[in-house]
Design a protein around this ligand. Structure first.
Ligand SMILES: [Zn+2]
Length: 314
């Protein structure tokens, strides 16, 4: 038996058959055309799934169902996407439409939850039962696995790890609040801070690095720090401080066995992890016998969302 795991992104949709062992079979993909209305996009997805099943020669009775990881806010029980900013979807009854169109059972979850489930069961978290995954991308997303199961909160609207406040009345966040972790630890936030620092320090190596990259992105600060640039160093120190505090809050609430970082900034790998570990050692919760939390980076990368969406049926 297999399931079909589908990762819906702002520009493309990717899916594949997923085995119970977490293996990704042949992948299919389709672009998201911004001109299409939401119903047209879902009808195109239904056609793509039906074609894929036919081409792969799968029998419907050997498919447990279709799992969808979707960016946005949704009611997982009702199977409705309440709102997706990336896709401009509103009140979309995606589960009902997909079930009608494919004749298969369909489940949805938030894309960050899907990635956490995939990574937790089959990737960097597979040794552990209690993990938290934090995605450091355009925003800060997250997923919580407790006792091997995805924790989604009421109506699937919990686990918004990026929207815990680290600075009261701090930087404006995309969610409407101020001072959220996302407003300090996302790639968007690091880019904002890098640009601000560059304006104040025309002598910084950040300028040359940004010119080589053709833009100011989240790598500039880290690259400048590696080259010994004091502005880059300060940016990385600040970044580690905010992300470190955010993660320490999760440690104290959940005391997970491991926290897994994914997304673009997680590609900094050990350079980032070693600095965060040092930060934790200096500031870890003081009670004796408090177990250490392993800090890891994602192993499955972009596959984690597809695998996790499929794993909604395992
Ligand atoms: Zn927020």
């Amino acid at each position: 038996m297999i399931s079909i795991g589908i990762d819906i992104g702002g520009t493309s949709i990717k899916g594949a058959g997923i085995t119970k062992e977490g293996k990704v079979l042949e992948v299919f993909s389709l672009p998201v055309d911004k001109q299409d209305n939401q119903e047209t996009t879902i009808n195109k997805l239904i056609d793509a799934v039906n074609n894929y099943i036919k081409e792969q020669g799968f029998k419907k009775e050997e498919i447990l169902g279709i799992g969808l990881g979707v960016p946005g806010v949704m009611d997982t029980k009702a199977g409705v996407i309440t709102y997706s900013n990336n896709l401009q979807w509103y009140e979309l009854p995606i589960v009902e439409m997909m079930e009608k169109g494919t004749g298969l059972k369909v489940k949805i979850t938030n894309d960050a939850n899907a990635a956490a489930l995939g990574e937790g069961r089959y990737g960097a978290g597979k040794k552990y039962k209690n993990i938290i995954m934090v995605t450091l991308g355009t925003g800060v997303g997250g997923g919580i696995i407790i006792d091997g199961k995805l924790f989604e909160g009421n109506l699937g609207k919990g686990a918004e790890l990026g929207h815990t406040v680290v600075v009261i009345d701090g930087e404006q966040c995309s969610c409407g609040r101020k001072g959220c972790l996302e407003a300090y630890a996302s790639a968007t936030a690091l880019i904002r801070d890098t640009k601000r620092a560059m304006e104040q320090h025309k002598e910084s190596k950040c300028w040359e690095i940004a010119e080589k990259l053709g833009k100011v992105d989240a790598r500039v600060a880290f690259e400048a720090d590696r080259l010994g640039d004091p502005v880059g160093h300060q940016l990385v120190e600040n970044y580690v401080k905010y992300l470190g505090e955010g993660l320490l809050n999760y440690f104290n609430i959940f005391r997970p066995e491991a926290v897994i970082l994914s997304g673009g900034i997680a590609n900094e790998g050990e350079y980032l992890l070693s600095r965060l570990r040092k930060y934790f050692e200096e500031r870890n919760y003081g009670f004796q016998g408090t177990p250490k939390v392993e800090l890891l980076v994602s192993e499955l990368g972009y596959d984690s969302g597809k695998i996790g969406a499929g794993a909604l049926f395992f």
